[in-house]
Design a protein around this ligand. Structure first.
Ligand SMILES: [Zn+2]
Length: 237
């Protein structure tokens, strides 16, 4: 099947920021997910706004994949990392933001490295949630905020960046009425829908403060929604 390319920008302001590339059917399906699920939601729109606000040189290519969904920096990866981060032996993060490629497999197959596909909960592993999760990774890279390191969330160690993507995707799921929330990066465990208790965990507090420092407009905009628009909003605490 021949591939087509289309730009995605409902705001008509940053026209070439987000590019979709794949077969015609795939591009149409991704446009539908963006238009019907992500753009009309508070959380999804806030992620899109933060992506559109990244520096002009940083572009997001969402590309068809038949293997996996993943976010990959294209170009110089030190630009995706926050300024001053130690990337030895490759130097320091510049924080200026980098172009990134989001591979998106609509069938949501998992690569064999992820426990042969047996470790995911079908409640989480659906296209709109997967796309939003990967878009959060891309938002971090486009903005030059990517961090190396681990944290502990719901009693389990995981990469900091995965914890951030999982928290934001949980908020998006909650907004869409799916309040069975994902606890970990690997495994099918769910977590209680109690944003106040979640935000009170010291490691989670640290994580939330990091998101706030890195993306203040995004964070404060969603925090201001309180619990009025969706139940799981840890930004509000
Ligand atoms: Zn991830």
């Amino acid at each position: 099947m021949p591939e087509i390319t289309r730009f995605y920008d409902p705001t008509r302001q940053r026209r070439t920021k987000i590019e979709l590339r794949g077969t015609h059917t795939w591009v149409q399906t991704v446009e539908t997910i963006l238009n019907q699920w992500i753009n009309p939601s508070f959380v999804g729109r806030a992620v899109l706004d933060d992506i559109y606000a990244s520096p002009a040189h940083a572009k997001l290519l969402i590309r068809e994949s038949n293997l996996e969904s993943a976010a990959q920096v294209t170009g110089d990866s030190s630009n995706a990392h926050y300024r001053g981060s130690n990337l030895a032996p490759f130097g320091e993060g510049t924080g200026i933001g980098a172009s990134t490629m989001l591979l998106f497999d609509i069938a949501c197959k998992l690569p064999s490295k992820w426990c042969s596909g047996k470790c995911t909960n079908p409640r989480f592993n659906i296209p709109r949630h997967v796309l939003l999760h990967e878009m959060v990774h891309c938002m971090r890279q486009l903005r030059g905020r990517w961090r190396i390191g681990n944290t502990v969330m719901n009693g389990k160690a995981m990469p900091l960046e995965e914890a951030i993507a999982i928290v934001v995707a949980n908020m998006f799921m909650s907004e869409k009425g799916d309040n069975v929330l994902r606890a970990h990066h690997t495994g099918i465990a769910t977590m209680p829908n109690d944003p106040q208790a979640f935000a009170a965990d010291p490691r989670v507090r640290e994580l939330l403060d990091q998101i706030k420092a890195d993306h203040p407009k995004f964070y404060n905009g969603v925090a201001a929604l309180k619990k009025t628009h969706f139940p799981f909003n840890p930004f509000a605490f």
